[in-house]
Design a binder for this molecule. Structure first.
Ligand SMILES: NC(=O)c1ccc[n+]([C@@H]2O[C@H](COP(=O)([O-])OP(=O)(O)OC[C@H]3O[C@@H](n4cnc5c(N)ncnc54)[C@H](O)[C@@H]3O)[C@@H](O)[C@H]2O)c1
Length: 319
């Protein structure tokens, strides 16, 4: 395959930085755009000096910043749009920003793709299904959102839902668009502060010798997907020759309760204490993907078992 000019928004984030590394390793030229709201340049340390890589600090809603990225690439063939406000605490605390960044960022980057006739890959989320009524999450299932008076969690899921609508609208207008829904990605660089994701938070609490805090009673189940598998899904969705409008659940089918997960992680540091705090409103009881379409169209499935992935993550954290 010839070398492509690729823009990765959110490129300094957890998934984006690993995606940039994978694309560089495959011989492509990459510009990462990130406001550094949650990502960091440190995440890109392994490729910062690479001749086919450049980092641009800027806001994904800023057309001039987007144009400058395309100019520095000398045109753009493929746009991966990952920039978003992510992290459950933000969904409740900063719903306005979540909606603003996530929806406007998606609209601006779709327009950029259309103006440059570039292929477009959107990082959606299983949260686009809201409070899904059935599992495993399968294309065609109803996307169900509850009364905003109750809580603002769906600022995020709603933004991804509208993002998917905008993508399918652009696909109908002729843009080559693919939608990727990662299911609870984890691995090195996962955010572990109060605004982070559960595996990152458990490891961080353990490293700080604090008890592990479980939101709710821990019976909620998730399927956690190792970063290398997630990145492979993004790469396949972007580089394969696919009909426009494809939607891919990128998730492990190995399901585990948050309580069992906490016990597994606690074991690494011989931490025996578990804490239970109030659950997040709108947190679904179960989330597991149907990956039939990813198997058939991307030849993708998760290959890293949870125990293996946790051990790999622990290796990088305990150095
Ligand atoms: N991690 C997961 O399990 C998961 C699951 C489903 C969907 N996603 C989606 O995948 C994408 C990447 O997620 P992640 O886990 O790497 O999260 P992340 O927070 O690490 O990455 C998002 C990046 O976007 C950047 N950003 C935020 N606002 C911005 C703005 N206004 N302009 C430019 N950059 C901005 C952040 O600084 C960050 O580096 C996101 O769109 C997220 O919604 C992630």
């Amino acid at each position: 395959m010839s070398s492509l000019r690729v823009l990765v928004t959110g490129g300094a984030g957890f998934i984006g930085s690993s995606l940039c590394e994978a694309l560089i390793a495959k011989g492509h030229t990459v510009v990462a755009l990130d406001s550094l709201f949650r990502g960091s340049e440190e995440n890109l340390a392994s490729i910062t000096d690479h001749e086919r890589f450049a980092f641009c600090q800027g806001d994904v809603r800023d057309i001039d910043a987007l144009d400058a990225c395309v100019e520095s690439l000398g045109g753009v063939d493929l746009i991966y749009h990952l920039a978003a406000v992510n992290g459950t605490k933000w969904f409740h605390e900063a719903a306005h920003s979540v909606i603003d960044v996530n929806i406007n960022g998606t609209l601006r980057t779709l327009e950029l793709a259309m103006a440059n006739d570039a292929k477009y890959v959107f990082a959606s989320s299983p949260e686009a299904f809201g409070e899904a009524q059935s599992q495993p999450i399968t294309d065609g299932d109803a996307m169900v959102f509850t009364d905003p008076k109750l809580h603002q969690r769906h600022s995020y899921g709603g933004s991804k839902y509208l993002g998917e609508i905008a993508c399918q609208h652009a696909a109908r207008d002729g843009l080559n668009v693919q939608i990727v829904r990662p299911f609870n990605a984890y691995g090195p660089r996962l955010c572990g502060d109060d605004y982070g994701q559960v595996i990152g938070m458990f490891f961080q609490q353990m490293l700080e010798s604090n008890s592990l805090t479980i939101h709710g009673n821990g019976s909620q189940t998730r399927s956690f997907t190792y970063i290398e598998d997630v990145v492979e899904g993004f790469v396949e969705a972007g580089l394969r020759n696919l009909a426009t409008g494809g939607v891919f659940n990128i998730g492990s089918t190995e399901e585990i309760s948050v309580l069992e997960l906490a016990k597994k992680i606690a074991h690494y540091g011989n931490q025996t204490e578990l804490n239970f705090s109030e659950g997040y409103h709108g947190d679904v009881a179960r989330r597991v993907p149907n990956i039939d379409n990813s198997r058939a169209s991307l030849d993708w499935q998760s290959t890293t078992k949870l125990d293996e992935g946790l051990a790999l993550m622990w290796q990088t954290l305990s150095i």
